[in-house]
Design a protein around this ligand. Structure first.
Ligand code: GAR
Length: 228
């Protein structure tokens, strides 16, 4: 029996693996810069969470690297400025990241959110926003890193996969995990149905993981011993 993409399937229940306690809101809205390469459904989930009052934040700018990316139309519907930084026009990854960092700074961004950014980032970006670059990846990291995570999990025959939101480090798809959601792979799944169910979970955890990152930073700062 097959189920249309995204429809409820009562043979399983996805589990959120995260603190169940509410995350305190930040003192001031977090100023986010979103980086996206394609469709932008995760961007939209974050924008919706902000509009619904579930995430105290504002999106200052959306940076995209592929001309014609669908995220642009989504951002325009939300009235959020977009900037095209086409990686094909830069001599190196570092040069692209320098342009991204400058664009983010110019837009007053504090937290960088990679929402389907399909380029490897360098220390140029990571060091411009220390511990403040957040990525979403469609697997339960550290399993299935890279650009084809859903396909890899599907082909490996694992019974459970999912998605992960983590802080970005130089090593690809590594870094402290903020939040994960588990998604079973069902016997009648196709890549499309699996991807659709993973995305449902991505949209649930991403806004919350951003709040967790900000709260962790605040907590760490307030418990750090005062300098003498
Ligand atoms: C998401 O599934 C995200 O996890 C993935 O790209 C998709 C973007 O979807 N990211 C990666 O694979 C990064 N390695 P969206 O454009 O609809 O948000």
């Amino acid at each position: 029996m097959s189920h249309p993409a995204g429809s409820p399937d009562h043979r399983y229940s996805e589990s959120l693996i995260a603190p169940a306690v509410p995350v305190p809101a930040p003192a001031a809205p977090l100023r986010l810069g979103v980086m996206a390469s394609g469709s932008g459904t995760n961007f939209e989930a974050i924008a919706q969470a902000i509009a619904d009052g579930d995430l105290q934040a504002q999106i200052q700018v959306v940076i995209y690297n592929n001309p014609g990316a669908k995220v642009v139309a989504r951002a325009e519907r939300w009235g959020i400025p977009t900037v095209l930084l086409n990686h094909r026009e830069y001599a190196s990854r570092e040069a692209l990241d320098a342009a991204i960092a400058q664009t983010l700074r110019d837009a007053g961004v504090e937290w960088v959110v990679m929402a389907g950014w399909m380029r490897i980032v360098t220390n140029v970006l990571i060091e411009a926003f220390p511990n403040r670059v957040i990525n979403i990846h469609p697997s339960l990291l550290p399993s299935f890193k890279g650009a084809h995570a859903i396909e890899q999990a599907f082909k490996a025959g694992v019974k459970i996969t999912g998605c992960t939101v983590h802080l970005v480090q130089l090593e690809v798809d590594s870094g402290p995990i903020l939040m994960q959601a588990a998604v079973p792979i069902l016997p009648d799944d196709t890549l499309e149905t699996l991807q659709a169910r993973i995305q449902v979970q991505e949209h649930r955890i991403f806004p919350r993981a951003i709040a967790i990152a900000a709260h962790r930073e605040l907590t760490a700062a307030s418990t750090a011993s005062p300098s003498t």
